[in-house]
Design a protein around this ligand. Structure first.
Ligand SMILES: [Zn+2]
Length: 198
């Protein structure tokens, strides 16, 4: 299981673009072309032109993200607004944070979808093992969740977890610690289950 989790590279391009702060290539091409062909209107400096083109790109990117109904839906649920995510000055993603933010990783819902597990029920409680369940509801992680809520002063939900991370580096680190702990524990428990079943 842990090997599988490490190997999966199934995350959708649209989600990866947002997570890695890389605008879609077609929007970048359009931006370059406009910059190249621009007749700069009265007194607009190159810098001003560039920043207005970047604003335009961000708006288009956000509209594309809003209109996406197939791919990257969990990531979209968490990162609604691209701009504050992309423009943040702090916060690196770890491998396990990315798993939590994409849902592609140690989650029954994902493993079942790709045919690696036959059921998607949670191994700790009666829920379905989705990223939403793991991060926000599963009783197994009540303590970790409570610690995170106390530390951040934020009662974390899918709506506010990313805005909370974006507040500052400290808040980012607190959420990061929570996600790392939860994902690490899932991996460790999965390993134990595998060993026991052999
Ligand atoms: Zn559970």
């Amino acid at each position: 299981m842990i090997k599988l989790c490490r190997a999966y590279r199934t995350t959708s391009t649209v989600a990866l673009q947002v997570l890695s702060k890389s605008p879609p290539i077609e929007l970048l091409v359009e931006e370059r072309a406009k910059l190249y062909h621009a007749n700069r209107p009265d007194g607009l400096s190159v810098g001003e032109l560039k920043s207005s083109l970047r604003e335009e790109l961000m708006e288009k990117w956000q509209r594309k993200w809003n209109a996406e109904t197939q791919k990257g839906q969990w990531t979209k649920r968490l990162i609604k607004n691209i701009e504050p995510w992309v423009k943040r000055k702090h916060g690196d993603l770890t491998y396990r944070m990315t798993q939590a933010l994409t849902g592609h990783g140690c989650f029954g819902s994902f493993l079942k979808r790709i045919g690696k597990e036959s059921v998607d029920n949670c191994h700790y409680c009666s829920g379905t093992d989705t990223p939403d369940h793991t991060m926000f509801h599963c009783v197994r992680f009540d303590m970790e969740r409570r610690t995170c809520c106390l530390e951040t002063g934020c009662n974390i939900t899918p709506d506010n977890i990313v805005p909370c991370m974006l507040e500052n580096q400290q808040q980012w680190n607190r959420i990061a610690r929570f996600l790392e702990k939860v994902m690490l524990q899932k991996e460790a428990d999965e390993r134990t289950r595998q060993t026991n079943s052999q």
